[in-house]
Design a protein around this ligand. Structure first.
Ligand SMILES: Cc1cc2nc3c(=O)[nH]c(=O)nc-3n(C[C@H](O)[C@H](O)[C@H](O)COP(=O)(O)OP(=O)(O)OC[C@H]3O[C@@H](n4cnc5c(N)ncnc54)[C@H](O)[C@@H]3O)c2cc1C
Length: 482
């Protein structure tokens, strides 16, 4: 089945029977569970949007294999126009959640596209490289959704720590059979783990900890002995009035346990080869394509927060205060900077040796290292502007009760009635103060990796030669004399 609609998506997810645990219980019907209903309905809306006739041109393209229309985020970009189309389709989806759905399917589709179109990089003596091409094509032709896990459990992060070989904590290969590899141990932190068709597992970066940790594969979420352990749900209420974001976009994060999981050979595309693993990012450019998708989404999220800030300002008429103007301008400046970085990455995109048009990674790295600082500041600005308004937020039921008269009178705004004002401030509360909002802050800090190490990576990879030459030229003695 090519590009799917919402109903196709929900029917497929309904048939999944993954092992998911939440609050001490095994979930049997994920589609009808309060913790997952919201996000699955919102994802279904994305698929309905993509198959809506008026969006087909932007959200899909013609598959080079089947000739059917498939999702744009699977498209291998060959021109700058292709990159632009990828950006616009990501942003069209991001607008449906204000950028709050970090793992809309285009995120992992972009990763799979980058890996699958660089399949030759994974060819070793076992010729397993073709497996990632097959996985990419299967996902593209069936519009599969994926979660991923790239991080080991946070037991001991010291450089000197090595795990006890006999009792693995970090997931590793414990046996190799004619059918495949057996994985035992855990991985962090799969957002939407268990509620997607498949789980993509890539090797962790950082220090070398042994050959048995070098593997990459994608397996169905329903694979036997694969277990997803959820944190508590941050979807407190199903009413979109009461919990405007959490009710719809709470994605859930899971710890993934591999309890002697058999990964069939046809699912493995990297095994036991350190040099292939080391060049994974530079050869496939999956980091760059993920960054392009992430920055496009963050632009939309920033625009949403700017709009929210301005609505708060108008609702209580504080726009004439200069410090208020300054705070809103901070968000404007950030928005324009992020937009410029994104466009610059496309303007300076270049073909790689595989004929793919790859965005310039430098502006995207600048965006991803800046956003973890910007986002908490946006939240601080909204909290400062909203003040007690973020706390005096009665529920939908209060507005249907005998105290409605009090609410209508005492909670009215300068430019709106009490119910509209409360709805607006509940939205701001859900961005800033709810558990959903707190998780968003942590997500934007860490979802792409540790910001500290991302900054080190930028320092180490950025060519500083022309800057150094410029500085040296100003040391030139002739110049000094002039
Ligand atoms: C909401 C959320 C959703 C996520 N979703 C996913 C997902 O879907 N898939 C996935 O794979 N991952 C996901 N992650 C995990 C994310 O990739 C990690 O949080 C990130 O890579 C950092 O790793 P860590 O959390 O283990 O932090 P740690 O590595 O444990 O870092 C903890 C602290 O120690 C410092 N530190 C540790 N080691 C070093 C070092 N070598 N050098 C310098 N400082 C160091 C860090 O700077 C940090 O301050 C998610 C995270 C969050 C918060």
């Amino acid at each position: 089945m090519p590009a799917i609609n919402g109903q196709d998506f929900l029917e497929r997810i309904h048939q999944l029977q993954p092992e998911i645990w939440l609050d001490g219980k095994k979930i049997t019907d994920i589609c009808n569970h309060e913790a997952f209903k919201g996000i699955l309905t919102s994802k279904a809306a994305l698929f309905d949007f993509q198959t809506n006739k008026k969006n087909l041109d932007l959200m899909t393209y013609v598959s080079p294999v089947s000739g059917e229309r498939v999702g744009t985020s699977f498209m291998q970009p060959k021109t700058k126009e292709d990159l632009e189309k990828r950006r616009l389709s990501t942003q069209a989806w991001a607008k449906l959640s204000g950028g709050m759905m970090g793992r809309s399917p285009d995120y992992m589709n972009s990763c799979l596209m980058a890996l699958g179109t660089a399949w030759d990089h994974f060819q070793d003596s076992r010729l397993i490289g073709k497996h990632i091409l097959q996985m990419y094509e299967r996902a593209r032709e069936n519009d599969l959704t994926l979660a991923h896990t790239f991080v080991n459990p946070q037991v001991n992060r010291s450089m000197l720590y090595f795990e006890d070989e006999e009792h693995p904590i970090s997931a590793k290969v414990v046996k190799e059979t004619s059918d495949g590899i057996i994985i035992k141990g855990a991985r962090l932190l799969a957002t939407q783990g268990g509620i997607t068709d498949e789980l993509l597992v890539l090797p962790i970066g950082g220090k070398y900890i042994g050959e048995s940790f070098i593997y990459a594969f994608s397996i169905p979420s329903t694979t036997p002995n694969l277990r997803f352990i959820c944190r508590e749900s941050f979807r407190y209420r199903s009413s979109a009035f009461d919990h405007p974001l959490g009710a719809r976009f709470e994605e859930m994060d899971t710890i993934v346990v591999f309890d002697n999981v058999l990964v069939p050979w046809e699912r493995v595309f990297l095994y036991n080869d350190y040099s292939i693993s080391m060049e994974l990012a530079s050869e496939t450019r999956y980091f760059t394509f993920l960054l392009h998708q992430a920055t496009a989404r963050q632009v939309v999220k920033t625009e949403f927060l700017l709009g929210l800030a301005q609505l708060i300002v108008d609702s209580i008429d504080i726009g004439s205060y200069t410090h208020v103007q300054g705070k809103v301008s901070e968000i404007i400046t950030a928005l324009e900077t992020l937009k410029a970085l994104l466009l610059s990455s496309e303007m300076n995109a270049k073909h790689d040796k595989r004929g793919r048009m790859v965005p310039d990674v430098n502006p995207l790295s600048a965006a991803i290292t800046t956003f973890p600082r910007l986002y908490p500041r946006f939240i601080e600005i909204l909290e400062t502007l909203g003040a007690s308004g973020l706390i005096s937020i009665p529920t939908e039921k209060d507005f249907e009760s005998p105290i409605r008269g009090d609410l209508d009178h005492y909670l009215q705004g300068a430019s709106c009635d009490a119910k509209d004002r409360t709805q607006l401030f509940r939205l701001a509360w859900d961005v800033c103060l709810s558990a959903f909002g707190g998780r968003q802050k942590q997500y934007e800090r860490f979802f792409f990796g540790d910001p500290i190490r991302l900054e080190s990576g930028l320092y180490n990879s950025y060519s500083k030669e022309s800057a150094v030459n410029l500085a040296k030229s100003l040391l030139n003695s002739n110049l000094k004399k002039e």
